[in-house]
Ligand binder design. Structure first.
Ligand code: GLU
Length: 471
C-alpha cells in the first residue's frame, strides 16, 4: 500500500504541543513506510481562521523539520469540490435541506430535555416536501442511518463501536454553502487518497459520523488512529497553565528542535527504554500500532535534559548562531571579546537552554551591576586584596590574551603567594563576573577581554579596600 497521511490543522491559533505531536506521528508514519505526508489547512471557519495562525503553523512545522510532500492545500480553495459531493448526496437522498429556525431548534431541544431525553436533531426536515420559505437559505444535513452500529478498528484504541441512535443528522453545509468540519474532512481524506488518518483522540466521536458519510458515498474508508491526549505534570490536560505554548516559543526559549521532537515522539510511543532518538532512528523504529492508548505527560524536566544532550552535540557554528540570536533577544548588543561560537564552546556543558547559555554569558557583554552579595561576602574580603593586586599586575603584563598564558599567570601568581589556586581564582572570578560561578578562570578572562578584565579587577580592588576601611 502506498501510505498517505495528512496533518490537517484548523488555523485558529498557534501550533501547540498536541498539534506538533500529531504532525510528527503523521510525518513519521509516512516516512517509515516510504509514503507521502500531506499538509491540509482546514480554514472553512472563516471567522476564526487567520493568516497569522497559518504562518505560525507553517513556521512551527518548518522549524521542526516536518516538511510536507504535498500541500499546503487550503479547504477554502476547494469549495467547488465539496459542493459537487453535496449535490450527489442530495440526489441520492442521503442528504436533505433543513430550514428549521433557531427558535424551532431550541424549542425542540427544550421539549426533549423536559422528557428526559438527550437533545438531538430529530430529523423533522427529512420528509418536508414544501419549498423553503422565501428568503430562507437552508442548511444541508446528512441523513444518518437510523439504527445499527458503526464499528471500526482503531490502530491505537482497538475496536471502537458507536450506536447510530446516538448520532443525529449533522449539518454538512451551512446556509452560505460552506462545508462543516466533518464533511470537508471526509471529502478531502477521500479525494487526497489518505490511507491513514492519525489525529488527536478528541476527534474519536467524529469518526463514526465520518464513516457514515463515506459509506453513503460508496467509498472505502481510511484507517484511523486516535492518539492519546497530552497531560501536564499535574495529570490535567496540557494547557497554557502548564506553559504549553506554540512550538516557536520553545525556539525563543532556547530549545533545539531535535530536543522538542524527541520529547514529542515519546508522548505515547516508546521503543524499549531508549530515551534519545535521532530523526533517522525515529523514522526507522516508529509504528503507529506501538502507540499507547494511555494519556502521556509532557515533562519539562525531560525536555531540558534532552536539550542539554543536543546542545552538547551541536556543532560550534550552529550553536554560535543560536547563541547570537539569544544574545540579541536579551538586548546584549555589544560585541564580546570572543566570537559567539567560541562562547558556545566554552558554555555548552553549562546550560540546559540557549537562553540560559546567553544569560550565563552576560558578563562577557556588559559590566554587571552589583556584586552578588554572598559571593562578595565570601571572596572579596580583606585577605583577597593581596591576591587581587598581584594578579592585576601579572595580567597587566600578559602578552596575548589567550587561555594558555592566562592560565599560567593565575598559577604563577598563586605559587608566588604560596596560596592554593582558589585563593586567587575565586576573588578574580567575582571581580570579573560579579558572581562565584563561571567557566574556568582563564576562559572567563578570555570571555571578558583584556581591558574589561583589568578595569573590573580595579573595581574589585577598590571595593575590598573600601570594605577594609570600613571595618
Ligand atoms: N482540523 C481539525 C483540527 O484542527 C483536524 C481534523 C482531523 O485531523 O481530522 O482539529
Amino acid at each position: 500500500m502506498n501510505v498517505r497521511t495528512r496533518f490537517a490543522p484548523s488555523p485558529t491559533g498557534l501550533l501547540h504541543v498536541g498539534g506538533a505531536r500529531t504532525a510528527l506521528f503523521c510525518w513519521l508514519f509516512a516516512r517509515h513506510h516510504g509514503g507521502t505526508f500531506v499538509l491540509r489547512i482546514e480554514d472553512t471557519d472563516r471567522e476564526r481562521s487567520t493568516q497569522a495562525s497559518i504562518d505560525a503553523i507553517l513556521d512551527g512545522l518548518r522549524w521542526l523539520g516536518l516538511d510536507a510532500d504535498e500541500g499546503p492545500w487550503f479547504q477554502t480553495d476547494r469549495l467547488a469540490i465539496y459542493q459537487e459531493y453535496i449535490e450527489r448526496l442530495l440526489c441520492t437522498g442521503r442528504a436533505y435541506r433543513c430550514w428549521c429556525t433557531r427558535e424551532e431548534l431550541d424549542a425542540m431541544r427544550d421539549a426533549q430535555r423536559a422528557r428526559g431525553e438527550k437533545p438531538r436533531y430529530d430529523g423533522r426536515c427529512r420528509h418536508r416536501t414544501a419549498a423553503p420559505p422565501a428568503g430562507v437559505e437552508p442548511v444541508i444535513r446528512f441523513a444518518n442511518p437510523l439504527d445499527g452500529a458503526v464499528v471500526f478498528n482503531d490502530l491505537v484504541r482497538g475496536t471502537v463501536s458507536f450506536d447510530n441512535r446516538e448520532l443525529d443528522d449533522l449539518v454538512i453545509a451551512r446556509a452560505d454553502g460552506m462545508p462543516t468540519y466533518n464533511f470537508g474532512v471526509v471529502i478531502d481524506d477521500l479525494d487526497m487518497d489518505i490511507t491513514h488518518v492519525i489525529r488527536g483522540d478528541d476527534h474519536v466521536m467524529n469518526t463514526p459520523r465520518q464513516l457514515n458519510i463515506i459509506a453513503a458515498l460508496d467509498a472505502a474508508p481510511p484507517h484511523y488512529a486516535h492518539v492519546p491526549m497530552i497531560l501536564g505534570a499535574d495529570g490535567q490536560r496540557l494547557s497554557k497553565r502548564h506553559g504549553a505554548v506554540g512550538v516557536m516559543q520553545f525556539r525563543d526559549d532556547g530549545y533545539l528542535p531535535e530536543a522538542l521532537l524527541n520529547q514529542l515522539v515519546r508522548l505515547g510511543w516508546s521503543h524499549g527504554d531508549q530515551e534519545i532518538f535521532s530523526r533517522e532512528e525515529m523514522v526507522a523504529k516508529f509504528d503507529i500500532e506501538d502507540v499507547n492508548r494511555a494519556p502521556a505527560a509532557f515533562d519539562y524536566d525531560k525536555l531540558g535534559w534532552l536539550n542539554q544532550h543536543y546542545i552538547r552535540q551541536a556543532d560550534s557554528e550552529r550553536l554560535g548562531a543560536l547563541l547570537a540570536e539569544q544574545i540579541e533577544r536579551m538586548g546584549l548588543g555589544a560585541p564580546s571579546a570572543v566570537s559567539p561560537s567560541a562562547l558556545a564552546d566554552i558554555q555548552r556543558d553549562r546550560a540546559r537552554t540557549m537562553a540560559e547559555m546567553a544569560d550565563k554569558s552576560r558578563f562577557a557583554f556588559e559590566e554587571y551591576g552589583e556584586f552578588d552579595e554572598r559571593a562578595a561576602k565570601k571572596h572579596l574580603r580583606p585577605v583577597a586584596l593581596q591576591p587581587l593586586e598581584a594578579i592585576r599586575e601579572r595580567l597587566g603584563a600578559v602578552a596575548g590574551w589567550e587561555p594558555e598564558p592566562l592560565h599560567a599567570a593565575v598559577n604563577e601568581c598563586a605559587a608566588a603567594l604560596s596560596v592554593n589556586l582558589g585563593k586567587v581564582a575565586q576573588p578574580l572570578r567575582v571581580a570579573l563576573t560579579g558572581t562565584a560561578a563561571s567557566p574556568a578562570i582563564e576562559l572567563t578572562l578570555q570571555m571578558v577581554g583584556r581591558e574589561a578584565s583589568l578595569s573590573r579587577i580595579d573595581r574589585a580592588i577598590a571595593y575590598v579596600r573600601n570594605r577594609a576601611d570600613q571595618s
